[in-house]
Ligand binder design. Structure first.
Ligand code: UGA
Length: 336
């Protein structure tokens, strides 16, 4: 199989590329602006990389959609601070650029595996989010955080409609706080400049306080990247066509922890790395108001737990890596 990965140097794209090359005989055609996370892939004979921007390199993208069997459009802005500070960029890249790709997949009859997001459920009150029964609940327009969620939601709906009315072969996957090595840059010192885990690691290393937005009682189900990639490989394989026209939550419901507990765990774990022990022992956890940290356009999600029975049944998939193991592997990557 020929697999096209748009945004291969991202967190998901880089891990997926590596796993495809080591565990399958598929070829990967890849594009990204940068290549720093692809060091293990670049010289591989089945990895074909093109340095470029999917918005500018339209001909390359079309040519490769035609040439490949499966398309994974992974280019997106995925940090909440950016949704609030730069909502139109989120719309232009996450929505508009990806809509063009989806249309081409429909036109050329190519299978698309598209990243939806746990964020589509927004502030849904369900104790467990179900792909087929949960309502998607977002806030008022001036709460700009939801531009990411609603952009992704509309793309989910467009893909679904192409599937129903034009036989588009698709699988939608919804990552629930995937984390691991290569997540975000821990040296990005901008508050909210990266997702929470890498943000906190950076805070500790720089000797800064950890900011707990709204006190840190909000919970997330942290899912180790290897588990997420395992599910993606099964979606690409599509055994017995069971991933066809399906939506899958991909998350670890067993590792549902508050942001405060995550911060406390990280401080304790980093104390075990001699070079950083002293910085960790000085770290303070400070409560910060959400509007002050992110701006008035922010609204948070308090509870976000995936139902995973569909992924379990159709893909024969279960998350395997607990948070303690996943955090240790992540810290080893960033600190050793
Ligand atoms: C994330 C992002 O939107 C996407 O990466 C993705 O689509 C999705 O969720 C997912 O991976 O499931 P969120 O979990 O809110 O959204 O993003 P984080 O930036 O990782 O923040 C998690 C929580 O930590 C939020 O409640 C946030 O307010 C809090 N936080 C973040 C802090 O308390 N302090 C900080 O310094 C940073």
């Amino acid at each position: 199989m020929n697999i096209l990965i748009l945004g291969a140097n991202g967190f998901i794209g880089s891990h997926l590329s590596e796993t495809i090359l080591t565990q399958t005989n598929w070829s990967v055609f890849a594009i990204d602006l940068a290549q720093d996370k692809l060091e293990k892939c670049l010289s591989h004979e089945r990895f074909h990389f093109f340095a470029g921007d999917i918005i500018k390199q339209k001909e390359w993208v079309t040519e490769h959609i035609k040439k490949c069997d499966v398309v994974l459009p992974l280019v997106a802005i995925a940090t909440p601070a950016a949704y609030v500070q730069n909502p139109l960029s989120v719309f232009e890249l996450d929505f508009e650029a990806n809509l063009a790709i989806i249309r081409q997949c429909a036109h050329y009859k190519k299978r698309i595996i598209f990243p939806s997001t746990s964020e589509v459920y927004g502030m849904c009150p369900d104790t467990e989010f179900d792909e087929e029964t949960s309502n998607l609940v977002t806030g008022p327009i001036h709460k700009e955080r939801w531009i990411y969620s609603t952009s992704k939601q509309l793309l989910d709906r467009v893909i679904y409609a192409y599937g129903k009315h034009h036989a588009l072969a698709y699988t939608l996957f919804r990552p629930f706080n995937w984390y691991g090595p290569k997540l975000d840059n821990i040296f990005n010192s901008k508050p909210g400049g990266s997702r929470v885990l890498t943000q906190f690691i950076g805070n500790i290393l720089r000797g800064e306080d950890i900011m707990l937005v709204g006190g840190g009682a909000q919970q997330r189900c942290f899912t180790y990247i290897d588990d997420g990639i395992g599910a993606l490989i099964k979606m690409i394989e599509n055994k017995n066509n069971l991933a066809h026209q399906q939506i899958f939550n991909v998350g670890n419901p067993l590792e549902n922890v508050s942001i405060r507990v995550l911060a406390e765990s990280l401080v304790e774990l980093i104390k075990r790395y001699p070079q950083y022990a002293s910085a960790a022992s000085k770290t303070k956890l400070v409560t910060v108001d959400a509007a002050q940290y992110y701006g008035a356009g922010y609204q948070d999600v308090q509870l976000r737990v995936p139902a995973i029975h569909r992924a379990s049944k159709c893909l024969d998939w279960q998350p395997r890596v607990n948070l303690a193991t996943g955090l240790r592997k992540t810290l080893d990557f960033y600190l050793v």
